[in-house]
Design a protein around this ligand. Structure first.
Ligand SMILES: NC(=O)c1ccc[n+]([C@@H]2O[C@H](COP(=O)([O-])OP(=O)(O)OC[C@H]3O[C@@H](n4cnc5c(N)ncnc54)[C@H](OP(=O)(O)O)[C@@H]3O)[C@@H](O)[C@H]2O)c1
Length: 315
């Protein structure tokens, strides 16, 4: 495992992180075994949120991480009334502070390593978050020593302009941001990552597999081709060869689609890439992507030529 600097936090984080969004409520023992497989593989960075699995992700992580105080945990508070892209902003400093206290209890810690505003989806609501006391509440938690570092994540189904992070990163207000980057939505590589480097903000990647399900996502050739088909249907890719060819992604071999997708992300100057997995075997499979070299220049260029023009995420 390689470790990278998380921007101005100066923390050293494993380049592959564990995205603990799914699995805690489903099968507790398996979730804990997956967390332990991650730690055995050298992962020291775990992403969770108050809302993942209705709080179970944080609670079970608290159990799994007893005695593992060196593992860095990032959690998030969502200032909207749901995770839907159209959700209404309902942020308040009191709610944010109460949520952070609750996260501390669930995680069984006396300090949160990183607290993010979760899924900030418009510039207008970013401005509200910054001016209505929510941001000040985060700073106060940091000053009190209850939180070490603060930041925001963008909306997972955001458009590829990343306008929220383009506005937020240069303000200097945040230590860490979480952004979408995968080979079907490459725009953050040019629009957000250079800003993170310039302002020394830690860049954590989410959705490296394009929020995979069994039918679509960067988890298998059929699921990846289904994403391509959906992009063609939306006019984001041309309905002509090579996009319409079944062998479109053969050039990624010898890697599987998920391994190529993780290697694609890791070949960028990001601090870490968080990927979800619900079993120790899946976790160990994904850990293979950390063996360098990540993805050669020819494969990266081909991915850029094929998909670099896509500026909308389609799940
Ligand atoms: N706005 C935000 O802040 C935000 C939004 C989205 C995500 N995130 C974070 O980013 C993390 C990653 O995103 P994500 O969970 O949406 O999507 P993901 O990690 O891109 O995909 C996870 C899915 O891919 C499957 N998978 C993983 N590795 C695989 C492999 N090698 N082969 C086949 N299938 C594989 C998993 O299946 P199994 O579960 O069956 O193993 C799981 O269903 C999340 O866990 C969360 O921490 C943050």
């Amino acid at each position: 495992m390689h470790y990278r600097r998380l921007g101005r936090t100066d923390l050293q984080v494993s380049e592959l992180g564990y995205g603990a969004a799914r699995g805690a409520a489903e099968n507790l023992a398996q979730f804990i075994a997956t967390v332990h497989a991650a730690i055995e593989g050298g992962i020291n960075f775990i992403d969770t949120a108050e809302g993942y699995d209705g709080g179970e992700s944080e609670r079970v992580l608290g159990e799994a991480l007893r005695g593992h105080h060196d593992i860095l945990v990032e959690t998030k508070h969502c200032p909207y009334d749901s995770y839907a892209p159209t959700a209404a902003y309902v942020g308040s400093p009191d709610k944010l502070t109460a949520a952070a206290e609750q996260s501390l209890r669930r995680l069984q810690r006396d300090r949160l390593d990183i607290l993010l505003g979760h899924g900030i989806r418009t510039v207008e609501t970013l401005d509200r978050f910054m001016s209505d006391g929510c941001y000040d509440a985060m700073v106060k938690l940091r000053d009190q020593g209850k939180v070490r570092f603060i930041g925001i994540s963008e909306l997972s189904e955001g458009d590829g302009t990343h306008e929220v992070l383009q506005r937020a990163v240069p303000t200097g207000a945040f230590d860490v941001v979480m952004l979408t980057l995968n080979f079907l939505l490459q725009t953050a590589a040019d629009s957000v990552l250079p800003l993170c480097l310039k302002h020394d903000v830690g860049a954590i990647v989410m959705m490296p597999l394009n929020q995979a399900s069994k039918v679509s996502g960067l988890v298998s050739v059929p699921a990846a081709l289904e994403c391509v088909r959906r992009h063609i249907a939306q006019g984001n890719l041309p309905e002509e060869p090579p996009c319409t060819e079944p062998g479109l992604l053969d050039f990624l071999q010898p890697y599987s689609i998920p391994e190529a997708a993780l290697r694609y992300v890791l070949s960028h100057e990001v601090s870490a890439c968080c990927v979800g997995a619900r079993s120790p075997e899946r976790m160990r499979e994904n850990l293979r992507a950390t063996e360098q070299p990540y993805l050669d220049a020819a494969k990266r260029q081909r991915l850029h030529d094929l998909f670099g023009g896509i500026s909308k995420q389609i799940l």
